[in-house]
Ligand binder design. Structure first.
Ligand code: HEC
Length: 151
């Protein structure tokens, strides 16, 4: 049997097209899993810095610099997980996020700005500056959770 090249090409196109369609359709539960994972990773990187700032853990400049640099990058990641239709399911995200998306985005931008500053300041090794900037960063987490995350 001779299958024409055109038929093969056409079926390849169909396969390529349909897999594109599948990739574009992000399921709400996957978006929820994604953003919660990013938040969990941020928390993992953030917590030890809090312990160092409070004096519960010895200050380690290298760890501080590394974690702050990770946080600067991580802070760019959660927003894309808040897709339309992902306000229901295994989530603590409040519906206000989608009603006030500009404000929510502003909160994410604030987090990005403050973690970028934290990464800068950590390189100085100056505990006074580090402490102050850690506080500013923590405030952005809390402010957004107070407004947009249920308990
Ligand atoms: C602009 C908003 C915003 C900022 C800033 C923010 N968060 Fe969140 N965070 C959320 C929302 C919304 C949720 C709930 C996500 C869900 O359940 O779908 C969340 C959830 C979490 C969770 C729970 C994850 C889980 O598995 O349920 C942790 C931990 C967390 N955030 C840590 C942090 C830390 C640490 C920071 C600051 C370094 C931070 N967040 C900054 C909005 C924010």
């Amino acid at each position: 049997m001779k299958v024409s090249v055109n038929v093969i090409l056409a079926s390849l196109l169909v396969v390529a097209f349909s897999s594109n369609v599948i990739a574009d359709e992000v399921k709400p539960e996957d978006a929820i899993k994604y953003r919660k994972s990013v938040m969990t990773v941020m928390n993992w990187q953030f917590k030890p810095l809090g312990a160092m700032v409070k004096g519960d853990r010895p200050f380690d400049k290298d760890v501080f610099i590394k974690n702050a640099a990770y946080l600067e990058v991580l802070s760019k990641m959660p927003l894309e997980g808040f897709i339309a239709g992902s306000d229901k399911g295994e989530t603590k995200a409040k519906p206000e996020i989608w009603a006030e998306m500009e404000k929510f985005k502003g909160g994410m931008e604030k987090l990005q700005a403050e973690t970028a500053k934290l990464a800068q300041v950590s390189k100085t090794g100056d505990m006074n500056q580090i402490k102050a900037q850690f506080g500013e960063t923590g405030k952005t987490c809390k402010a957004c959770h107070d407004n947009f995350k249920s308990k």
